[in-house]
Design a protein around this ligand. Structure first.
Ligand code: NAP
Length: 337
């Protein structure tokens, strides 16, 4: 669906009509529109998140775009210049990872899927993995373009070889590696830990992460970025979770040493450690347990996958060009107090 604006529009009324929201502006805001300028769902301005200080004397002074970037418009702003700014903003959004190739493991749902979508929006080509073919196919479809799905288990060295063979044949090199696949058992206090719990967890989270990175090195471009998913568990003593907690502490340790091991290649290595994020791990848990998790979070809410994707984009892009060896917590403050 496309909206075609006339030469002059009342922005308040236009947005009101488009979004079926109460008209919040008392005065009309005449701004110029380029004749025949088409606004589609992709580039249409949205009222989402407009704050009071975005309004001036009852006039709209800022739009929010779908990507939540803000575009300012004064009452005298011409829509033609506004649309140029919109386009250049969109261009800027698209360019952070333009031409980059990214590999993201365990990315058929949750945070890594949100990150894969974000990376593609920012111009990257992504390879994603997951153990199950059907969710993988669905994820590829959801991402829509510039993506290849490679079925595989991050704990299987043969599957990792197959992944990198595919990447090599299709793209030849990797700029960004995000080793995100991880698993955990969350109710296994000392005294009840079995070999299976230990082996499964360490096989994916520690051994899998190590070989995901090591096997990528021949394809990694010098100056590339490696991100690994840790957890606030790496620095907390959550009861019943010692195996998982220790596995994430190992990942954090890897980042310190590999920062040095890969120094000569200028490859940055960082850990992105989420707090409680609303993904598959929270599906099916009781409201009571969910409330318990929330009570530990200073910000008083569970995080969103998109908030992890934003942090991953930061670590993947040149925005973090002087940052290596860190553990970036995205946890609403949980592990910081
Ligand atoms: N959600 C949180 O609150 C939270 C907090 C801290 C850290 N983390 C960490 O964040 C990462 C992802 O968590 P999430 O919450 O986004 O999980 P999720 O929504 O359950 O997604 C997990 C993804 O990883 C895939 N996967 C699982 N094991 C795999 C393996 N061995 N090899 C390849 N792919 C595998 C899954 O697909 P298949 O099942 O088809 O393989 C799925 O695509 C994990 O490392 C987890 O430890 C999560």
């Amino acid at each position: 669906m496309l909206w075609v604006l006339p030469h002059y529009i009342d922005v308040g009324n236009f947005l009101h009509a488009m979004h079926k929201v109460p008209h919040p502006y008392s005065g009309a805001l005449p701004i110029h529109a380029k004749n025949g300028r088409e606004w589609g769902p992709e580039n249409a301005p949205s009222l989402t998140g407009i704050r009071d200080d975005d309004r001036l004397g009852g006039y709209l002074t800022a739009f929010r775009l779908p990507h939540r970037r803000k575009v300012f418009a004064s009452p005298s702003t011409k829509l033609s210049s506004l649309s140029t700014e919109v386009e250049s903003r969109k261009e800027a959004i698209m360019e952070k990872l333009k031409g980059k190739t990214a590999v993201i493991t365990g990315a058929t749902s949750g945070m890594a899927l949100a990150t894969a979508k974000r990376f593609v929006e920012e111009g990257a080509y992504v390879f994603i993995t997951g153990r199950r073919q059907q969710p993988l196919d669905e994820a590829v479809k959801a991402i829509g373009k510039n993506v290849t799905g490679v079925q595989g288990d991050a704990g299987s060295l043969a599957d990792l070889d197959r992944l990198y063979e595919t990447v090599k044949n299709k793209k030849g090199s990797i700029d960004i590696l995000y080793a995100s696949a991880g698993i955990g058992d969350f109710n296994v206090p000392l005294g009840s830990i079995t070999e299976t719990v230990f082996d499964n967890t360490f096989n994916v989270n520690v051994r899998g992460t190590l070989f995901t990175v090591q096997k990528a090195l021949p394809l990694m471009r010098d100056g590339g970025s490696i991100i690994m998913t840790g957890s606030i568990a790496s620095v907390k003593g959550f009861p019943g979770m010692s195996v998982y907690n220790a596995s994430k502490a190992a990942v954090r340790s890897f980042a310190r040493t590999w920062t040095m091991d890969l120094k000569s290649r200028k490859i940055r290595v960082n850990v992105l450690s989420p707090g409680s994020i609303d993904t598959g791990v929270f599906v099916g848990i009781s409201g009571e347990l969910r409330d318990q998790f929330i009570s530990l979070i200073p910000m008083g809410r569970i995080g969103e996958s998109s908030e992890i994707a934003a942090a991953a984009l930061f670590l993947a892009s040149d925005d973090s060009s002087f940052i290596t060896g860190i553990e970036l917590f995205v946890d609403g403050g949980t592990a910081q107090i």
